[in-house]
Each structure stands twice: as C-alpha cells, then as structure tokens.
Design a protein around this ligand. Structure first.
Ligand code: KG4
Ligand code: ZN
Length: 375
C-alpha cells in the first residue's frame, strides 16, 4: 500500500490530496472561477498567479485534514502534462521541492490518466480492461485501458473537445463561464427535442463515417446560426419568446432553455452512440466516464439508458471527482508507486503529451523495488 500526496494545477483549480491507495484521506480543491469569470474564460497568467498564491494553503490544509505527518507519506506526485505550462509549473515545482526536502520518490503525472483513475475512487475493485470515455475541457477520447500506464486511444474529437463545445455554446447563449454547468442547469427546464441539431459525423476517405471519432464544430455553428436569427443584443437575463424570423420549430416559452436542452441532448447522443459501438466492437463490458463533462446530467442519463439493456456496465465518478481534483491524480500515482515507478526531478512541464506516452514519465533506470502485491 502506498500513501501519496498529489498536487494538481494544470488549469484553473489548485488542488492537493492525500490518498492511501484508493482511500481518500484529504481532498482540497480551490477553484479560480471567480478570478476568471470577468474574462469569460481561463486566463493563463491569472491561473498561474492564483496557483502561486493558493498552493501553500492547499498543502497545509490537505496535510491537516489527513491527520498525517511527512514520515507517513510514501511519495509526492504532481501533474506534469498536459495543461497550461505556467500553471503546471507551480504544482510541479512545489511537488519536486517537497519530494527533495522530505526525501520521497517523486512522480510526475499525466492529467488524463488522473481522469481515468477517478473511477477507481468510487469503485476501488474496478479491474482493467475497460473502455474510458474521457470528456473534459480540452479532450474527448475513447480510451482502451489495458492496465496502469497502458492506454490506447480508439476514438477522439476532430475539432473541439466536448467541454469546449459546452463552454462556447454557453458563451453564445450568454450564460457565462464555466459553460457546462450553466447549460446543464438550464437544460433541465428545456425541451431537448425542440431543435434538430447535427450529430457531428466524421467522414472517412474510403466512404462512410468513422465509428468512434466525433466533431463538435458543426453543432456549435448550428447553435451560432440559431442565435443569429434572434434580435440583436439578447439580454442575458431574459429568455426570448417567439424570436423574430425563427422558421423551423414553433417557438416555445423558453427559447434559450430549449436550445440548451437540444444542444446537450445532441452531445449526449453523439457520445453515447460512439461509446457503445466502441465497447461492443472491442468486447469491453465496462465503460467508465471521466473529465468535467462526466458531470453532465444528460450524458449520464443517455449513456446509462443505452448501456443497461445490452448488459454494459457504466461507471460515472461522483461529481466532485469528475472535474479537476488531486484525489484522482494521487490515485493514479499510488498505482504507479506500487509498481516501483518514479520520475526524475529534472522533468519539465509539457503543454501536450499523448496518453500513450505516459510511461516516459517513469524511466526504467529509476525503477524502485515494487512495494506491494498488485491488485
Ligand atoms: O476535467 P475538467 O474539470 O478540466 C479539464 O481537464 O479540462 O473539465 C472542465 C470542463 C469545462 O469545459 C466545463 O464546462 C465542463 O467540463 N463541465 C461540464 C459540466 N461540468 C463541467 N460540462 C457539461 N455539464 C456539466 N455539468
Ligand atoms: Zn481535467
């Protein structure tokens, strides 16, 4: 068993957690939403500065909540890729410094592997292989999870990530930042069948469509066109009734809520169709969902409803482990540490890194003796 302190600062949450394998001892998340809200999105420089200001508090808080002292911690982990480089550097530097100071193994972590591991927090006995639908602000992928560190991407978005599409559409509808939760809330009151929106199929050169890849730019453009059919300067706080010039569907009481619900349903249906096809084609009976968009109520409902009748098991992490947090990073780090994996302190932050390169973070020459019998 390994006890790991992990730091996550890849985007706009400053997070520190302490886990004993898959048991969460503390989980501190400080969100920067208020700092970025005036700009309508994450400003990288603001994010880095906020991480610097918050990291020491988050570390102290996580240690205090866990009730542990440094001698009881076996390793220190920090997200190293992918993400905003300035933001990553804050957590990475803090992690390396603590590892050096307390003479602990250091583990540089891949953010997306953390999102995959969020499912183990709710289901500690989950066993690979399984399929992971990873849907966050920057990524939309279908990943065949073979084992710790062994991932194959089977499908992905060709343009916007699902979370990015939620954020952009929320901006078009003047719902503010972050867009995903705002659309999710509003969609509860709208009619998901009010607007027919495109599914975002990806054509293959040989004809037909890619079974697992998706595209959200057409969907976003369709929403843009609909908003352009409205009177100029749509006020943020007043839903539009009977917009002038809207030709297709009869305008409903709450046009914006209907559009939010229709958009959410279109994303949920597109993701569900590809995920189910992929799981069936690869003979994977368990699907786990990770990333901020895993919090979406429409996706949760659609995927569960489609999977249950055909005997596929779907696991969604609890909402607090869907969006960025350090518990998921610590969970992945503990598994790596149990296998004797360790990273060099010279390792830098990287804005991009394919998930298939994860094992490059743990060079063979640094291998520690594996500590534990593997699960
Ligand atoms: O995983 P995450 O916290 O950060 C990244 O790694 O990107 O995901 C953030 C994304 C944002 O685009 C946000 O709008 C979206 O997740 N999101 C949601 C919901 N909650 C967060 N999207 C749809 N519905 C939600 N309930
Ligand atoms: Zn994330």
């Amino acid at each position: 068993m390994s006890t790991v302190l992990a730091i996550e600062t890849s985007c706009d949450e400053t997070a520190v957690a302490i886990l004993r394998d898959r048991q969460v001892l503390s989980n501190v998340v400080s969100t920067q939403i208020l700092a970025h809200q005036p700009y309508g999105g994450v400003v990288p420089e603001v994010a880095s500065r906020q991480h610097v200001e918050t990291i020491n508090w988050a570390l102290a808080q996580a240690l205090a909540e866990s009730g542990l002292n440094w001698p009881e911690i076996d390793g220190v982990a920090a997200t190293a890729a992918p993400g905003l480089v300035g933001a990553l550097l804050v957590g990475l530097t803090a992690g390396k410094t603590l590892a050096m100071l307390h003479q602990k193994p250091f583990l540089a972590m891949h953010h997306l592997e953390g999102h995959i591991y969020a499912s183990y927090l709710a289901e500690p006995d989950l066993q690979p292989p399984f399929l992971c639908l990873l849907v966050s602000g920057g990524h939309t992928s279908l990943i065949h999870v073979r084992d710790c560190g062994q991932y194959e991407t089977l499908g992905q978005t060709r343009d916007d990530a699902a979370g990015e599409a939620f954020d952009k559409v929320a901006r078009l509808l003047k719902l503010g930042y972050p867009g995903g939760p705002a659309i999710d809330r509003l969609a509860q009151t709208g009619n998901p069948k009010a607007f027919a929106l495109p599914e975002g199929k990806v054509s293959l050169p040989s004809g037909g469509y890619h079974p697992y890849d998706s595209s959200f730019s057409g969907l976003k453009t369709a929403v843009l066109r609909l908003t352009q059919s409205l009177p100029a300067d749509l006020p943020a706080d007043s839903p539009v009734n009977s917009p002038a010039g809207w030709p297709a569907a009869p305008p409903t009481a709450d046009w914006i809520a209907d559009l939010a619900a229709s958009f959410q349903a279109a994303v949920a249906k597109a993701l569900t169709k590809r995920t189910i096809a992929c799981a069936q084609d690869f003979g994977l009976s368990t699907i786990v969902v990770g990333g901020g968009v895993a919090a979406n109520s429409g996706l949760r409902q659609h995927l569960q409803q489609a999977a249950a009748p055909i005997g596929l098991r779907v696991l969604f992490p609890p909402l607090k482990f869907c969006t960025d947090n350090a518990a998921m990073i610590a969970c992945a780090a503990a598994d790596h540490l149990n296998r004797g994996h360790c990273s060099p302190l010279t390792l830098g932050a990287q804005s991009r890194m394919p998930l298939s390169d994860v094992m490059q973070l743990y060079p063979a020459e640094l291998r520690l003796p594996a500590q534990i019998s593997l699960r």
